[in-house]
Write a protein that binds this ligand. Structure first.
Ligand code: AGP
Length: 371
């Protein structure tokens, strides 16, 4: 059994460490650097079709929904197409507006989630063009869609999704570049710059995994906390949501993910000296760095304990937080991939220290095939 887990105690831990390889597999053969373009071997959309899209709707649940929220930032920024991210479990039950000019994207690790599949079929019935981003070849969603793109993460066994999430983010980034090129919102040089950055991600993930000893120290200090708050702005907001979900799923500690600017609208009331707050604060004007520093100060002023995920060369947040976890600096749209890794490790080590069944958390199934 240990051999199956590659020497790791749990599949989840193995899968966290597999991410450099998984992301390299997602990228393989798809980046046409000299042309400043992206190649998907399943791609079947004409230039005319892509130019006719007026809106993208993303349908997903759980972790896959979080990657959809990050994907919205990527597609809107690079392809200048408005994107709505819908909870698939809600979509069918409220007379959704779907038109022929809409591209509807389902994101799913398994490709079998009943809520997402149901919503996806409904969108197709209403006339949208459908695209499935899945990890499992031949899954129901890949069969139901007009077009599918595989994330190529390899089998994910741990119920808590890790490499499926980061490979979804990278796939969405490639898709955003592809749509941007076809719609003419991204120049060849612009696309080349994005692809060059993408090519560096596997190495960056290898580097960020080295923060594990520091994350373990943080896990030990806070393993008995009752609640956690995760804060992030802009493209870091879905990272905060994902960090909180991961911790809830396997440690059973209550956690909330919030957009930093929303803290003063409610969750600030929860903060006292027992409350650890994970602030995801890479240094980008895009993610309103100065504002997230303001969040750190607000938490500290109320006695809360700040764990800040910051760029390796950041000296400002360093002096304000109780603990810092340093990550390699990445562009604003790529930082979610890098910043997620310490949060996966935090959830993993807290759960492991609490003696929980990490790979099979209570009440959860790997793939939710019932509504
Ligand atoms: C992730 O850690 C969860 N187990 C869960 O939220 C999952 O992402 C969700 O059920 C969607 O699954 P899918 O990606 O296979 O559709």
């Amino acid at each position: 059994m240990m051999a199956e887990k590659g020497g790791y105690k749990h599949f989840m831990h193995k899968e966290i460490h597999e991410q450099p390889r998984a992301i390299a597999d997602t990228l393989r053969g798809r980046m046409l650097l000299s042309e400043g373009d992206v190649h998907f071997d399943t791609w079947n959309l004409s230039l005319e079709q892509v130019k006719s899209f007026t809106k993208v709707t993303i349908l997903a649940c759980g972790t896959s929904w979080h990657s959809g929220v990050a994907g919205k930032h990527m597609i809107e920024s690079l392809a200048r197409l408005p994107v709505e991210v819908e909870l698939a479990s809600e979509f069918r039950y409220r007379d959704p507006i779907v038109e022929k000019s809409h591209l509807v994207i389902a994101i799913s690790q398994s490709g079998e989630t009943a809520d997402t599949l149901g919503a996806f079929k409904e969108a197709k019935r209403l006339g949208a063009h459908t695209l499935a981003i899945c990890n499992v070849i031949g899954s129901a969603m890949t069969r139901e869609s007009d077009l599918h793109i595989l994330t190529n993460a390899g089998p994910e066994i741990g119920v808590a999704s890790t490499k499926a999430f980061t490979t979804q983010l990278v796939t969405l980034y490639l898709l955003a570049v592809k749509l941007g090129r076809m719609r003419g919102t991204l120049s060849v040089e612009g696309a080349q710059e994005h692809l060059t950055q993408l090519a560096q991600v596997p190495k960056m993930i290898e580097d960020v995994l080295k923060c594990e000893p520091q994350v373990k120290r943080v896990a030990r200090e806070f393993m008995n906390a009752q609640d956690f708050l995760f804060l992030g702005r802009g493209p870091m907001h879905p990272v905060a949501l994902e960090g909180a979900l991961k911790l809830k799923e396997i440690s059973y500690i209550h956690a909330e993910g919030y957009a930093g600017g929303e803290m003063k609208h409610g969750p600030i009331a929860l903060i006292d000296e027992k409350m650890p707050v994970v602030v995801i604060a890479p240094k980008h004007p895009h993610v309103a760095y100065e504002k997230i520093i303001g969040n750190i100060e607000e938490v500290r002023a109320r006695g809360g304990k700040v764990i800040a995920v910051i760029d390796e060369d950041d000296t400002q947040a360093d002096t304000l937080a109780d603990h810092v976890i340093r990550i390699p600096a990445a562009s604003a749209l790529l930082a979610p991939v890098v910043a997620t890794i310490p949060l996966q490790l935090l959830a993993y080590h807290v759960a492991e220290m609490r003696g929980n069944d990490v790979d099979q958390p209570r009440n959860l199934a790997k793939s939710v095939t019932v509504e």
